[in-house]
Design a protein around this ligand. Structure first.
Ligand SMILES: [Fe+2]
Ligand SMILES: [Fe+2]
Length: 267
């Protein structure tokens, strides 16, 4: 069974309403205008879609940060690029990143909700997360750890209720590989150095991965890809930013043995 995992395309654009100059969006718009737009090339996302359509994996995973500030116009930029993928019928498991849940403005909240509905082909809604989906002999555990945070931070929060839900999933017979999908790395080597960018509340889930109850964590947020897995491919894999590094990951899984192998795709 084959999974293709990409993350963090970070489409961006100008402020879309006057309130964007007084809420957190001005930080993101400024960042996009003077930094991000020179680093992220959306043509890489087009190439990623072409690759996926060519290879037709069993599942596509997108771990968020489709946008820079979560504004409707930014989602509208990635939507036509992802449309052929969405229309291909290949299951897409998308969970939002912190930049997709940037502020609480109703039009931004509505935009990310619509994107979840669109990419999942109305299979699940934003409000349905956490949710379990089964494809090709694997259990995919989707959670949302992205919430609006203050001006200077990119915090993620793994809610206690989500950790409890994961624990309940892990109490079921472990008949299929369990693959956790969320935006943030569960493992953080430098929690103090990365305090502004880290995930909080992750400790119980880290233990579930370390004890083998969850076989694999797929994440983004960190724009440089990495693989932190054991000899059987169990652990955590970060796809990096598809538009910054031109990277995505092809994961081959043997559901019977719960083993994974990885191939980095350089676009
Ligand atoms: Fe990102
Ligand atoms: Fe992020």
């Amino acid at each position: 069974m084959k999974i293709v995992h990409f993350s963090d395309p970070h489409a961006g654009g100008p402020a879309e309403d006057v309130l964007a100059y007084i809420d957190k969006r001005w930080v993101g718009v400024f960042n996009y205008r003077f930094r991000r737009r020179f680093r992220h090339d959306l043509r890489k996302l087009e190439q990623a879609v072409a690759y996926i359509l060519d290879t037709r994996p069993d599942v596509v995973v997108c771990t968020g940060d489709l946008t820079s500030t979560g504004q409707p116009g930014e989602f509208a930029k990635v939507l036509p690029i992802l449309r052929p993928l969405r229309d291909s019928g290949i299951p897409i498991l998308y969970t939002p990143g912190n930049h997709d849940c940037y502020v609480r403005r109703p039009q931004c909240v509505e935009a990310v909700r619509k994107m979840v509905d669109y990419l999942s082909r109305s299979d699940y809604q934003f409000s349905d997360l956490p949710i379990l989906r089964q494809y090709a002999g694997c259990d995919f555990l989707l959670i949302n750890t992205s919430r609006p945070s203050n001006l200077l931070c990119s915090w993620g929060f793994l809610a206690g209720s989500d950790a409890k839900w994961l624990q309940q999933q892990c109490e079921m017979p472990h008949e299929r590989p369990r693959i956790l999908i969320n935006h943030y790395p569960i493992f953080e080597d430098h929690p103090l150095l990365r305090t502004r960018h880290r995930l909080f509340g992750e400790k119980p889930v880290r233990k579930m991965i370390e004890s083998g109850l969850i076989d694999l964590s797929l994440c983004g947020h960190v724009h440089r890809p990495y693989n932190r897995t054991d000899a059987n491919g169990r652990g955590e894999n970060c796809a990096g930013s598809v538009t910054r590094n031109g990277s995505m990951v092809e994961i081959t899984c043997d559901p019977a043995c719960r083993t994974f192998s990885y191939r980095t795709i350089d676009l």
